[in-house]
Design a protein around this ligand. Structure first.
Ligand code: GAR
Length: 200
């Protein structure tokens, strides 16, 4: 199964998924391509290091979100991609994209959805003063950070913990959960029924 990762930034989740594939933990799958919407993002350097094809699609070249997405979908089809993994891809997908890869797009979010949707979720949760936060892996639908949930795992915020320490722990948890969810998808073990995802 060919997998594409879409990412905008640092790419630690991309790296975690790639390493897991390299260790043979994602059997029958190939990380075929990285697509980034940010020129010279660090994630592109990571792709090069791992010999993964890396493509930058410049949002400035398109007059609408849908037109940008049409170009991305064209690339994904050309590469025969069956699973799209969003890993810190800071763009909202258009209904065109979501429909083209229905129930074949995964996202990871650094909070317990539906709390703290959108950007900077770790900081938002920390500032809010929640005692428990965590990580969510979910399918992507037409609403932001909203689709059917595959995994959620909670973290207790420690007394006096710094935001940096919390961020580190959230990322560590992400790097464990995302490859696990991807593996289940590859194995055909995720069944979406309405808002619920059964792991069979
Ligand atoms: C991750 O924490 C991911 O959960 C978050 O962006 C970060 C990317 O880090 N995504 C979102 O907030 C999506 N709403 P990375 O580039 O090091 O993988």
């Amino acid at each position: 199964m060919n997998i594409a990762v879409l990412a905008s930034g640092n790419g630690t989740n991309f790296e975690a998924v790639v390493r897991s594939a390299e260790k043979g933990k994602l059997r029958n799958a190939k990380i075929k391509i990285l697509i980034s919407d940010k020129e010279e993002s660090f994630v592109q350097k990571r792709a090069k290091k791992h010999n993964i094809k890396s493509v930058f699609v410049d949002p400035k070249g398109f007059s609408s979100r849908t037109l940008f997405d049409k170009e991305v979908v064209r690339i994904l089809r050309k590469e025969k991609i069956r699973l799209v993994v969003l890993a810190g891809f800071m763009r909202i997908l258009s209904p065109y994209f979501v429909k083209a890869f229905k129930n074949r797009i995964l996202n990871i979010h650094p909070a317990l959805l539906p709390s703290f949707k959108g950007e900077s979720a770790i900081k938002k949760a920390y500032k809010y003063g929640v005692k428990v936060t965590g990580v969510t892996v979910h399918f992507v639908d037409n609403d932001v950070d909203h689709g059917p949930i595959i995994f959620q795992e909670a973290l207790k915020i420690k007394e006096g913990e710094s935001p940096e320490s919390l961020e580190k722990r959230i990322h560590r948890l992400e790097h464990k959960l995302y490859p696990e969810a991807i593996k289940l998808f590859i194995q055909g073990r995720l069944k979406v029924r309405g808002r619920k995802v059964a792991i069979i």
